[in-house]
Each structure stands twice: as structure tokens, then as C-alpha cells.
Design a protein around this ligand. Structure first.
Ligand SMILES: NC(=O)C1=CN([C@@H]2O[C@H](COP(=O)(O)OP(=O)(O)OC[C@H]3O[C@@H](n4cnc5c(N)ncnc54)[C@H](O)[C@@H]3O)[C@@H](O)[C@H]2O)C=CC1
Ligand SMILES: CC(=O)C(=O)O
Length: 371
């Protein structure tokens, strides 16, 4: 199959869909690989490394889009990229369609086969193509939160760990999955008081086992969230219902109970965010203030540490990408039925129930359409 990747064009996005090592794996498996010139430079992968691995370098994104049968990206395509969509194109990337109706409509209109990293669910219910970026975003969320708590960045001037004789900062984490656990690890490591909230008691029990008395776990109820947030210096939004728009757990009214200069980092912004006041921000202007509370809502947080992120992401995407390229999407699904869960759009139909439900639209099961 002809596969390839282009340079990401989202604001301050420096990750790339394929490393030179990935190229070698595809070439060794008999595929042709096309890479846009300088696509990997932001992650420290130079064009001559791609050439040495066996890639054909093309000067423009258009040439790559027009050549490949499977496009391997990182972020959802932006409007400028919709012109390259066509029937039979396999688009293998993060899509987050529940937060982007325009993209979904463009993909449906063109008949694109959209394979979304974030909805590929393995047999053990893990989300292997989301997990590495969630690990990174979870760890970054505390780092960013700590920064925006600093007074010169608009924060309340609280140090997460405090010092002897002063209160530690209170960190409240909404969602105890991969982002939440990684945020918890860093916040505990930095010496903050951590409260973590989830609807899954088994998940809370797991965290209780891991962190013991160093954290407080709470069931996700409106009352628990409202009370915890009122005491919080830093709130991390990290809930997910795969494919679906995030539930708005953090109400606007709660902000008034928080100390001015407290910070909300809504990592779940890529699924629409779990705070009523969330709106998408970008790395070059990442925060805004509502009712005195600083909001950080960057949808591509791992793009800030692209070398680590690209390697972590492609470690996970390579295996499934080779399966799709090796047999074609349809046959690859028959051989590994886990792949059906990643197909969000297929020849003009929505094939992910949670995406369809987010817009009140019907869907068809990918298995029925693909066969
Ligand atoms: N902004 C960014 O750059 C990035 C954003 N993300 C996003 O972060 C979000 C979280 O991802 P993961 O941690 O990997 O998901 P996950 O599936 O590992 O964890 C989500 C957790 O949310 C919990 N949850 C669901 N509904 C809830 C509710 N009503 N109350 C409390 N908890 C609830 C689930 O039980 C689960 O434990 C996703 O939207 C993901 O796309 C991930 C990586 C980067
Ligand atoms: C998960 C995602 O969308 C990202 O890493 O940018």
C-alpha cells in the first residue's frame, strides 16, 4: 500500500505521524512510503533520516495527500486539508469528531474511511492509541497548572508543595483514567494535597491501592465535585466516554467559590471539555480567565514535548497501521476485529455510536458495512 504523512499544521503542533524507524518497518513490509519534506523536523527527525529509511520525500503536502492510500497523521485535519479528502482514503489519526461537526461532515461528504486513534478499544477495554498521549498530557497538566498558579502568569501565587508552615495546594482531578492517574502521580510527587474523583469505584479502589493515604478518592457526584472544587487551587479535567462529548461536570457556578487566580486545566477539551466554561485554546495563547479562574484548554498538549510524544505515539500506532496497510482496512478488521472500534466514518456513514449520539444522528455498525 502507498502510505505516508505530512507536516502537522495545527498551531504549535510539532509531532509527526511517522518516525524514520516506522518508515523502515513499512518499507520492509513491502509498502511505499511518502513523506512531506521537513515533516519530522519539529520532532528532531531530519529528512535525510527518512530517506535512509527508504521513504520518498515530496515537496508539498498536496503531493503526499494526492499519492497515498493511507494517511498517517497525528491531529485531526484542519479546514485547509479537507480539500484532499476522497473516497477510498484511509485517514489514520486522532479525529475527536464529537467536538468537530464540520470535520465530520467533510469526511462523510467525501466518503473518507476515518480510523480514529482515540476510539480503538482493545479486548481488555484499554485505549492503546490514546494512552501514551494521555500519559503525557496527564503529567504535563500538573506542570502547566503549577506554572499558571504563579502570580506573573495570572495565578493566585500558590506553590503546589508549599513549604513547612504553609498549606499545600489542593489539586482536584476529575476522572481517574490515564490522564488522571498520571496527573495524580506528578501532583503527589510534587507534594500537593490530591483529591481524585471518578464514577468507577473499581478505578478509585485501584488508585487507593497505589497511592494509599497520600490521596483522597471520591465518587463522582454533583455534591462531591462542587465541594472539592470550592477548596481547589488547581482542577484537572480528565473524564472520557470514548467517542462522546465530555460530560460537563464542572459548572460555571462553581467558579465563584474558588479563590481568584486558581487554575483549571481541562485536558478533556479535545472531546469538548468537562467544564461549562471551557473553550479551545492553543499553545501560543493557552489561557483565559472566567470569574477570576484561569482556564488552560489546549487540545494538543503533547505537541509541546514533540520528541517524547512522537516516539510514544508511534510506538503504539505502528502495530495497527501495519495491519491496515498489510491487508487493507476491511480485511485487517476481519483479521483483528478490535479495529472496527476505531472506524468513525466509512463511505459516508457514521460508524461510531458515541460520535453519532453526540449529534443526535443515526449510525451504522462498522462491522455491518465493512463485512
Ligand atoms: N488536551 C490534550 O492534549 C489531550 C487530551 N486527552 C483527553 O483527555 C481525556 C481523558 O483521557 P484518558 O484519561 O485517556 O481517558 P480514560 O478513559 O483513561 O479515563 C477517563 C476516566 O473518566 C471517567 N469518567 C467518565 N465519566 C465520568 C464522570 N461522569 N465522572 C467522573 N469520571 C468519569 C472514567 O471512569 C475513566 O476513569 C480524553 O478526552 C482524551 O482525549 C488526552 C491526551 C491529550
Ligand atoms: C489525544 C490528542 O488529541 C492529542 O494528543 O493531541
Amino acid at each position: 500500500m502507498k502510505v505516508g504523512c505530512v507536516r502537522e499544521i495545527k498551531n504549535n503542533e510539532f509531532r509527526v505521524g511517522m518516525t524514520p524507524d516506522n518508515v523502515k518497518s513499512y518499507v520492509n513490509a513491502g509498502h511505499e512510503v511518502y513523506i512531506e519534506k521537513d515533516a519530522g523536523v519539529g520532532s528532531g527527525f531530519m529528512t535525510d533520516e527518512y530517506v535512509a529509511a527508504g521513504a520518498v520525500i515530496l515537496d508539498t503536502a498536496k503531493e503526499v495527500w494526492d499519492t497515498v492510500e493511507m494517511m498517517i497523521k497525528v491531529k485531526e485535519p484542519l479546514k485547509e486539508e479537507y480539500q484532499y479528502f476522497h473516497k477510498d482514503l484511509i485517514l489514520y489519526t486522532y479525529l475527536h469528531l464529537a467536538a468537530d461537526r464540520e470535520l465530520m461532515d467533510a469526511m462523510l461528504e467525501a466518503g473518507v474511511k476515518g480510523v480514529a486513534y482515540e476510539t480503538l478499544i482493545e479486548r481488555d477495554r484499554s485505549i492503546p492509541l490514546l494512552a501514551p498521549m494521555s500519559q503525557i498530557a496527564g503529567r504535563l497538566s500538573i506542570q502547566e497548572g503549577a506554572k499558571y498558579l504563579e502570580k506573573p502568569f495570572g495565578g493566585s501565587g500558590v506553590l503546589l508543595a508549599g513549604v513547612p508552615g504553609t498549606p499545600k495546594a489542593n489539586v482536584v482531578i476529575l476522572g481517574a483514567g490515564t490522564v488522571g492517574t498520571n496527573a495524580c502521580k506528578v501532583a503527589v510527587g510534587m507534594g500537593a494535597n490530591v483529591t481524585i474523583i471518578d464514577i468507577s469505584l473499581s478505578r478509585l479502589a485501584y488508585l487507593d491501592d497505589i497511592f494509599g493515604a497520600r490521596i483522597q478518592t471520591l465518587m463522582s457526584t454533583d455534591a462531591n465535585i462542587e465541594n472539592a472544587v470550592a477548596q481547589a487551587d488547581l482542577v484537572i479535567g480528565s473524564v472520557l466516554i470514548p467517542g462522546k462529548a465530555a460530560p460537563k461536570l464542572m459548572k460555571k457556578a462553581y467558579l465563584k467559590n474558588m479563590r481568584p487566580g486558581s487554575v483549571v486545566v481541562d485536558v478533556a477539551v479535545d472531546q469538548g471539555g468537562c467544564c461549562e466554561t471551557t473553550k479551545v485554546t492553543y499553545h501560543d495563547d493557552p489561557t483565559f480567565v472566567v470569574d477570576g479562574v484561569v482556564h488552560y484548554c489546549v487540545g494538543n498538549m503533547p505537541g509541546a514535548v514533540p520528541r517524547t510524544s512522537t516516539i510514544a505515539l508511534t510506538n503504539a500506532t505502528l502495530k495497527y497501521g501495519l495491519q491496515i496497510a498489510g491487508s487493507g482496512l476491511e480485511d485487517a478488521c476481519r483479521k483483528n476485529d478490535v479495529l472496527y472500534s476505531a472506524i468513525n466514518t466509512y463511505e459516508g456513514e457514521i460508524t461510531c455510536k458515541n460520535v453519532a449520539d453526540s449529534f443526535g444522528l443515526p449510525h451504522k455498525e462498522a462491522k455491518e458495512l465493512v463485512g
